[in-house]
Design a protein. Structure first.
Length: 276
């Protein structure tokens, strides 16, 4: 199995007029395009397959970590079932893997690749082809206030907390349009990350667009199976240089994917993770 593949990754390009970048969360239903004031450009990138070397990457060094973790819930057919069955087991799994004292799941997304389909409404999300980080410091703190009672939020924000995504292929291995992750140690947080407003119908959030940097080191786990997961650190309140803070990531078109591979299906849970 080849150690690396070369594929285009789509990077962020800031607005030429110097204005703050923004993007609407909901796409135009007729075109599938989101209104935004920035552009993107593909860069040919070497992406290393870390199969067999998974233990060289951890949440606190690289910003992401792979685990073998079969799920009890396997149907993933309805949001209600996912919240009733998959959420509780995932909370316990996150506590076990991270040592956290409290985990609050605040949403999930199922992604299924549908070539040629433009509908990208919340129930029909496709893999995201664009290098990004889900949260900034401001939006991470806002998430705590949004999802927890004020009395809890105030005390929890005084201790270490993280936002972590739990990502898993569903129904079959993720050979088609797998997930690539950028080792935090290769990221220049001062120059590579651009705060970008994410416009929801009722509020604004904030993500990081990621500018191209030739020093970026990209990794993936080829053929991730349904009993394999990756934890993706989107934010860490420890920012003294001792640990990875975040993980740029994106889906990509792997040129080594077999032509008959089933189209990618995956689920990601987003979690507020607190420590005593």
């Amino acid at each position: 199995m080849a150690n690396t593949v070369k594929a285009p990754l789509v990077y962020f390009v800031a607005p030429a007029d110097g204005s703050k970048p923004y993007q609407y969360i909901n796409a135009d239903t007729s075109t599938g395009q989101r209104v935004r004031n920035f552009t993107q450009e593909p860069q040919q990138i070497e992406i290393e397959n870390v199969r067999g070397k998974e233990d060289t990457l951890t949440l606190d060094t690289a910003g992401f970590q792979y685990f073998n973790a079969p799920a009890k819930h396997t149907s993933f057919s309805s949001d209600a079932e996912i919240e009733a069955e998959y959420y509780p087991e995932s909370i316990e799994l996150l506590k076990k893997l991270t040592g956290a004292s409290r985990v609050v799941l605040f949403d999930h997304t199922i992604r299924r690749r549908r070539p040629g389909e433009v509908d990208d409404t919340p129930q029909k999300r496709q893999p995201v082809a664009g290098v990004h980080v889900d949260q900034t410091t401001a939006s991470s703190i806002a998430r705590v206030h949004r999802h927890l009672p004020p009395v809890d939020a105030e005390s929890l924000l005084k201790r270490r907390f993280q936002i972590i995504n739990l990502w898993r292929p569903i129904h079959h291995p993720a050979l088609d349009h797998p997930l690539a992750l950028c080792d935090f140690r290769s990221v220049d947080t001062k120059t590579d990350l651009i705060p970008t407003t994410l416009k929801y119908p009722d509020r604004d959030g904030e993500t990081f667009g990621v500018k191209f940097n030739p020093n970026h080191k990209w990794k993936y786990l080829k053929g991730m199976a349904t009993d394999e997961i990756v934890l993706i650190k989107c934010f860490d309140s420890i920012q003294d240089g001792s640990v990875a803070i975040l993980t740029p990531h994106t889906s990509f078109d792997d040129p080594s994917t077999p032509k008959d591979a089933p189209l990618r299906e995956s689920i990601e849970l987003r979690a507020l993770v607190f420590y005593d």
